[in-house]
Design a binder for this molecule. Structure first.
Ligand SMILES: *Cc1c(COP(=O)(O)O)cnc(C)c1O
Length: 340
């Protein structure tokens, strides 16, 4: 029996022995008291890395996004975001449920917004309309097949936000995948945002956790909201140590995942059962089936060979590369894909 090769998501990674060692040896304390040295170090390290004032370690990317939205908007307010964004599509209606706010959904190119979109959909001061209170971007875009923002577009969006007194939030679940490709200095990039959410549990390979990064005042508010959302943890340094290890060691190697993804994308493109492959910018490969009805057949043929991929909506197959894929795994997958 071959080893299972899991491309369903980059969330499936196992901590490496070195990461486990760091977790095993982490000094711990009660983080609700602010006394976990490992979490304090992780938060300091991340804030410094991003050139921002402060950070807070949270359970998940959903939690960091929802905390940020809760601070930025009031009930009856409105968030401008892309229709495919995680904050809208995959957080259980949390914007309405947790914050009582509505959403202005923009259809755009591979999960992204433009400055023109934002400008067009900021509501004027009119009693009929919800008050636009936040713009939320996603980089890389998951539904957009790992698409990266053009930094100049982010700067144009920021300018529109500043002109209209609107905060700008980034769902940077896979931000590091964008940063190793876009060549922009992280601090320069981060300076365009009021708050940034970063997943440690995706391509970075930690078992649990996300960071929310922003100003001191913002993160002070976030501590209160995290507690209200049930996210105050105690000796959580034992898991945060995996995140700290990941930030220190697993960023540059994301390029390997991207190379693997391009190889899979090129192979998929050559198959007659694939109509097209969404351009592979980072670690996400999305193939559009020639015949949507064949999707389940393809997935189960792959599964018979111990290769797991994901049904990504009607007629679409998604494969995400990550640090548990060796180059041998990629070679074997390419052979299997060619034989389907
Ligand atoms: C995974 C992901 C999140 C957060 O997901 P959690 O499973 O809650 O950690 C947020 N945004 C995007 C774009 C994601 O892919």
């Amino acid at each position: 029996m071959n080893k299972t090769i899991d491309f369903r998501s980059d969330t499936v990674t196992q901590p490496t022995p070195e990461m486990k060692e760091a977790m095993f040896n982490a000094p711990l304390g009660d983080d609700v008291f602010g006394e976990d040295p490992t979490i304090n170090e992780l938060e300091r390290y991340a804030a410094e890395m991003f050139g921002m004032e402060a950070a807070i370690y949270c359970v998940s990317g959903t939690q960091t996004n929802q905390i940020a939205i809760n601070i930025h908007v009031q009930p009856g307010g409105e968030v401008i975001t892309n229709v495919d964004s995680h904050v809208y599509k995959y957080e259980g209606g949390g914007i309405a449920r947790n914050s009582g706010a509505s959403v202005r959904l923009i259809h755009g190119n591979r999960g992204r917004l433009t400055a023109e979109d934002v400008k067009q959909w900021i509501n004027p001061d009119n009693v009929h309309l919800p008050i636009t209170q936040l713009v939320s971007l996603e980089d890389t875009s998951n539904r957009g097949g790992g698409a990266i923002y053009d930094f100049e577009e982010i700067q144009r969006i920021r300018k529109v936000c500043l002109e209209n007194n609107l905060p700008l939030h980034l769902d940077g679940a896979r931000l590091m995948n964008a940063m190793v490709e876009n060549g922009i200095d992280l601090k320069t990039y981060a300076a365009e945002f009021d708050s940034i959410s970063l997943c440690l549990s995706k391509g970075l390979g930690a078992p649990v956790g996300s960071l929310l990064i922003g100003t001191k005042d913002f993160i002070h508010k976030a501590r209160r909201v995290r507690k209200v959302f049930g996210g105050g943890m105690r000796q959580a340094g034992i898991i945060a140590a995996g995140g700290l290890y990941a930030l220190k060691n697993n960023v540059a190697r994301l390029r390997i995942d991207h190379k693997h993804a391009r190889m899979l994308g090129e192979t998929l493109e050559e198959q007659n059962w694939i109509k097209e492959v969404v351009p592979v910018d980072t670690n996400i490969v999305v193939g559009v089936m020639e015949n949507p009805d064949d999707l389940q057949k393809v997935l189960s043929k792959l599964e018979d060979e111990g290769i797991l991929a994901m049904d990504f909506g009607p007629g679409m197959i998604r494969m995400v590369t990550h640090l548990d894929n060796s180059s041998e795994d990629i070679d074997r997958t390419i052979e299997v894909l060619k034989k389907i």
